[in-house]
Write a protein that binds this ligand. Structure first.
Ligand code: SAH
Length: 458
C-alpha cells in the first residue's frame, strides 16, 4: 500500500484540525497522512473532501464544520470565498492575534532554533476594519464588464469589489468614478495576454490625518486621453483629491509599476503624519499601509532603541525616512539607507519638513552602502533593519556583526526570514531580548513583528 494509506481523491473524511500553517490553512491528518484545509481552524472537527493527493500530503475542501472553534465567526465580506485578500476573516479578532503570535513563535523555534525567547501578545487594533491607506487595483474586463478589484486566489482572474472592508471607504468612491469614466470615454483596458490596451492598474493612497488623496494610474502608453476631463471628474467626486499621477509601464510583465511617472494634477505627492512626524509620500515610495498601527510599531521601535540623545543610529531599508525621523529626535545622528530613488528624495524632504538636520539619507542598497559607512569609520550604537519579505542580505548582516552595535532592532513583515536572520545574528554574539508582533494587517495572514537584540558581552 502506498504511504498515504490509500487516501482517495474525491472521498469525504472527518478529521480533527490540530494546527494552522502560516498561510492560515488548517492542518489535520487522515490516519498519519497530512491534509491541508483552507478555512479550517485549529481545534475543530471538520468534514472535508480530499481534492488533491500528493506524495507527502493532501488538500481537502472544507464541507462542514462539525465542532467549531470558539474563534470561528462568519466572515463579513461578500467575496471572501474568491478573493485572496482576507484569509482570516472566518476567525474572530482575538483568534487572529493569537494565531499571529503562534506563527512568530513557530518560525523562531523551527527556523531560528530560538526556544526561550520572550514573545509578547500581538498588539491589535480597536477597530480592525477600513485601515488600509493604499490600494493597488488591477483593471480588467470580464463578460464585457469593466472590473476594478483584486485578483482571485492564486490566479489572475479578476474579482470586482464593491465594498472592501479593509481599505479606506473613500477608495470605493474613486473606484466607481474610474469605472464610469473608463466606460463613458471608452478607454481601452490592458490585456495581459496580448499586451494591448492602455489602463493597467489604479493606485489609491490616502493621508489618514490630512485626508489627502492620491490617484495613480498605471498605463501602457505615454499619456491619458481626456486627461482634462478625468481631472475634473475626480476633483468633483473625491473630496481631498490632491494629486493624480500616471505611471508608464509598457512592458509585458506582471510587475505593476514602470520606472517613469507623469504628474497630471497636483504635485505628485500627498502628506500624512505618524504621531506628530510629517511625511511626504510619492506614488512609488513605500509607506506602511496601516498608519494607526504603524504608530504602535514605531513607538515600540523607539522604546527598544532606548535613545538618550548621544547615539549614532543606522536605519537600513528606511523608505521615506519614517523610522529614521521618528528616532532622530532622540539621537545624535541618524543615517537612513534606501534603494528607491523617489523614496530617498521624499526622505530628504521629510527631514527638512521636520527640521531633522541630524538625519542623512543615502541612496543605494543597504548591503553595499552600509559597508561603505563602516569603512568610513562610522560607528553605530543602534542599527535598525526593516527589510522587504526576503529579509536582509547576508552582506548586510555580516557588516552589522563587524560594526557590533550595542543594539539591533529588527522590524520584519516575514517571520521566516526574520528567524533565519536572527539565527545568524545570534551566532555572531547577539541575544534576542524580546519580540513584539504588531497587527498591521488585520483579517489577513500577514504578520509584522519587531524585536530587540543586544550584544551578549555588553
Ligand atoms: N522602514 C520603512 C520602509 C520599510 S519597507 C518604513 O517603515 O516605512 C522596506 C524598504 O526597503 C522599501 O522602501 C524598499 O524600497 C527598500 N529596499 C528594498 N531592498 C533594499 C536594499 N537592498 N537596500 C536598501 N533598501 C531596500
Amino acid at each position: 500500500m502506498s504511504k498515504n494509506n490509500g487516501i482517495m481523491k474525491n472521498q469525504d473524511y472527518i478529521i480533527e484540525i490540530t494546527g494552522q500553517t502560516h498561510e492560515g490553512m488548517g492542518v489535520g491528518k487522515i490516519d498519519d497522512f497530512a491534509v491541508f484545509v483552507a478555512g479550517a481552524i485549529a481545534g475543530e472537527e471538520v468534514k472535508v473532501k480530499v481534492v488533491k493527493v500528493l506524495k507527502n500530503y493532501s488538500y481537502g475542501k472544507l464541507l462542514e464544520v462539525i465542532t467549531g472553534s470558539p474563534n470561528r465567526r462568519d466572515p463579513l465580506c461578500n467575496v471572501i470565498r474568491r478573493c485572496g485578500g482576507c484569509q482570516l476573516q472566518h476567525m474572530n479578532y482575538e483568534g487572529q492575534l493569537n494565531f499571529k503570535k503562534q506563527v512568530v513563535k513557530d518560525a523562531l523555534e523551527r527556523i531560528g532554533g530560538l526556544k526561550d525567547v520572550i514573545i509578547h501578545d500581538t498588539l491589535g487594533m480597536k477597530y480592525p476594519w477600513h485601515y488600509r491607506n493604499k490600494s493597488q487595483l488591477p483593471v480588467g474586463i470580464s463578460e464585457k464588464e469593466i472590473q476594478i478589484g483584486f485578483y482571485a486566489k492564486r490566479s489572475h482572474e479578476m474579482i470586482d469589489i464593491d465594498n472592501c472592508l479593509i481599505q479606506d471607504k473613500i477608495f470605493q468612491t474613486a473606484i466607481n468614478i474610474m469605472k464610469q469614466f473608463i466606460k463613458d470615454y471608452k478607454i481601452s483596458i490592458y490585456d495581459e495576454n496580448t499586451g494591448i490596451g492602455l489602463i493597467r492598474h489604479i493606485i489609491l493612497r490616502k493621508g489618514f490625518k490630512t485626508e489627502e488623496i492620491m490617484v495613480g494610474i498605471v498605463i501602457n502608453g505615454d499619456g491619458f486621453p481626456y486627461a482634462g476631463e478625468l481631472i475634473e471628474v475626480l476633483k468633483q467626486g473625491i473630496c481631498g483629491l490632491k494629486t493624480i499621477v500616471l505611471n508608464i509601464n509598457k512592458k509585458k510583465t506582471n510587475v505593476i509599476y514602470g520606472l517613469k511617472n507623469k504628474i497630471i494634477y497636483g504635485d505628485g505627492f500627498i502628506y500624512d503624519y505618524i504621531g506628530d512626524v510629517k511625511f511626504r509620500i510619492s506614488l512609488l515610495s513605500f509607506f506602511q499601509v496601516n498608519p494607526i498601527q504603524t504608530k504602535v510599531l514605531y513607538d515600540k521601535v523607539m522604546e527598544y532603541a532606548g535613545l538618550t540623545g548621544k547615539e549614532t543610529v543606522i536605519d537600513a531599508y528606511c523608505g521615506i525616512g519614517t523610522i529614521s525621523l521618528f528616532l532622530s529626535r532622540k539621537a545624535k545622528k541618524v543615517y537612513g539607507v534606501e534603494v528607491v530613488e523617489e523614496a530617498v528624495v521624499d526622505a530628504k524632504e521629510n527631514a527638512r519638513l521636520n527640521g531633522a538636520d541630524n538625519a542623512e539619507f543615502i541612496l543605494g542598497e543597504a548591503e553595499i552602502e552600509i559597508p561603505k559607512l563602516y569603512e568610513r569609520g562610522v560607528k553605530a550604537d543602534v542599527i535598525i533593519v526593516d527589510p522587504p519579505r526576503k529579509g536582509c542580505d547576508i552582506r548586510l548582516l555580516g557588516v552589522i556583526a563587524k560594526m557590533a552595535p550595542k543594539k539591533i532592532i529588527y522590524v520584519s513583515c516575514n517571520p521566516s526570514t526574520l528567524a533565519r536572520d536572527l539565527k545568524y545574528l545570534v551566532s555572531e554574539g547577539y541575544g534576542v531580548k524580546e519580540v513584539q508582533p504588531v497587527d498591521l494587517f488585520a483579517q489577513t495572514v500577514h504578520v509584522e513583528v519587531t524585536c530587540k537584540l543586544t550584544k551578549v558581552d555588553n
